[in-house]
Design a protein around this ligand. Sequence first.
Ligand SMILES: [Zn+2]
Length: 285
Amino acid sequence: MVFFRRPRLSVPVLTYHSNNVHQNTYEGNDHIAFETDLRAIDRLGLRIIPLGAVVDWHRGRVPDSDVEGAVALTLDDGSWLDYHNVTHPGCGEQTGMFRLVEQFKDSLPDRSQPSLHVTSFVIASPDAREELDRKNLIGLGWWGDDWWEAAQSSGLMSIDCHSWDHNHPTLEQAAQKNNIRGNFHVIDSLEDCTSQVENAAVYIEQVTGRRPEHFAYPWGQASAYMIKQYMPKQQSRHQFRAAFSIEPKHVSKSDNVWFLPRYVCGRDWKSAQELERILLGSGSE
Ligand SMILES: [Zn+2]
């Protein structure tokens, strides 16, 4: 006898990098991809919901119906390009991701996409952002946090946490006990987790007035210590309630809440058609 069973419910979470501006094409510019995808998601009849709603569902706090036919959107690294419109030296006028969300909202009929929301995972350390801007971005002072409070209070964008300094290889000195930079697996002690997670959360709260609830691991990498010890057992210290990797699959209830998957634009899809295949699939299970 063959049993047909409904596939287990799962929810895709998508990730964009607003710093990806290389040419004005879908593949070469995450702003163009994001704007195109917002419309594609709506055309497919899917609902954009806050990342927090996915976590609420994963934790069993809301029913399946809250996330059926839904998708959540996230941005990583948190430069000005998440929010401000800028004139890029090579590619001209670029509309900030926040403004793209507003424009999309304004273009919709009333009551469609009532839960429209995006989460921006920011690098907390002002010094690290300044150094990354100077060495890795364009050096025009585009990595400030002047926009965080406005984004957070808009109701359209949450400011969440992408570590203290990304443990980025560009930095002269990163918040890692031996200054070993370039990957996040080496953040594997209470000392380093305190720097990269708690101190980052405290700074973000100072700027936005809201304690961040979701953590996105730089490069999607986390040590066994972080996933199995620090995140689940030190929750009273860091106060996060979920953490995200970039494992390319839908979030399902069987996933570890301290390593929830996300798809990445440019790596996991390169056109609206490819995104459609991801969104209409049920993940990899
Ligand atoms: Zn990152």
